[in-house]
Design a protein around this ligand. Sequence first.
Ligand code: MRU
Length: 379
Amino acid sequence: MTDQYAPSPLTAEPSMSPALRWDELPEGPVLVLLDQTRLPVEEAELVCTDVPALVQSIRTLAVRGAPLLGIAGAYGVALAATRGYDVDEAAALLAGARPTAVNLGYGVRRALEAHRAAIAGGADQERAAAATLAEAKQLHREDAVASARMAASGLSLLDELLPGGSHRILTHCNTGSLVSGGEGTAFAVALSAHRAGRLRRLWVDETRPLLQGARLTAYEAARNGMAFTLLADNAAGSLFAAGEVDAVLIGADRIAADGSVANKVGSYPLAVQARYHHVPFIVVAPTTTLDLDTPDGASIEVEQRPGQEVTELTAPQAAGAGVEVGGGMPVAPLGTQAYNPAFDVTPPELVTALVTEYGALSPVTRDGIVELCAQARQE
Ligand code: MRU
């Protein structure tokens, strides 16, 4: 390989607005989303004035990634409360928008419980709505704090596992500030390595079919001036074989009680390849992604998405390719059936360590997961 360690050019202006924000407009409160289906071509905002609009944005992946889905869900309940809609109905709609990321239901439940507690305490609708919004903002802040802590712990772990201080990290999907109240999960660790002068290269899996790696992680890496290289997902094997990967860092959408990790489809094959090549496979996720109610990997519901995402270039991919959205350009013969799970599940024995806001857990065991949850409840 020749000049792969040359700095990557900065291709995007450092102007990204936050992935979401609450705003009080003269016509009422709104939740403003950075439309991730339009990135990296344009930074377009979507203004949600009601819960069905937010549910639609979640389904189309305009807003996405586990921690951010939790934050969006909580703000969604607050939106219903402040606009005087049925809060229980809104919560049910939001929680059911996508099935795999446990954070979505968690965020919705927290906001709903804040609303119920306020009503039970004698608050009128206005005060109950204010309490719901305060809870959503609190979750937003907590996620930012968790992100910063994971970044610090993750970097310490990398330094411990990989003495020499020049890390070549492979990542999958998108786990940066586009999915978080802070700088993300796995990406935040790579970013702190970059800031410390210890990131030699971030290998970015393109992440078929919706290209979260190519469209979003490459975009965030460029904005941060990181040395990164994009690869087709199926090129990862030869990269491991060439000895070019020191560690794999990914996020998670749900971690079952036994430590099984659901994350973007393509994560499991990376874990298998990493094990074969003796490369650490590290999962970075806040404790809000742990789910003691799901006993094991087989019990995790994996979202199945439309086959057109595989057989056609649909809106998000087209945006990435600079093609007008709505194209649906076929890449397979008409009528081709496609298998399109959005996530896969990696068993805990393939995970070298789980980094949360409470430090690194290694090996990943049921007892360790239970302890982390207890620690999170105490704080
Ligand atoms: O379908 P997406 O884009 O919502 O999937 C996102 C992922 O799989 C991320 O890796 C995961 O949510 C972790 S983000 C911290």
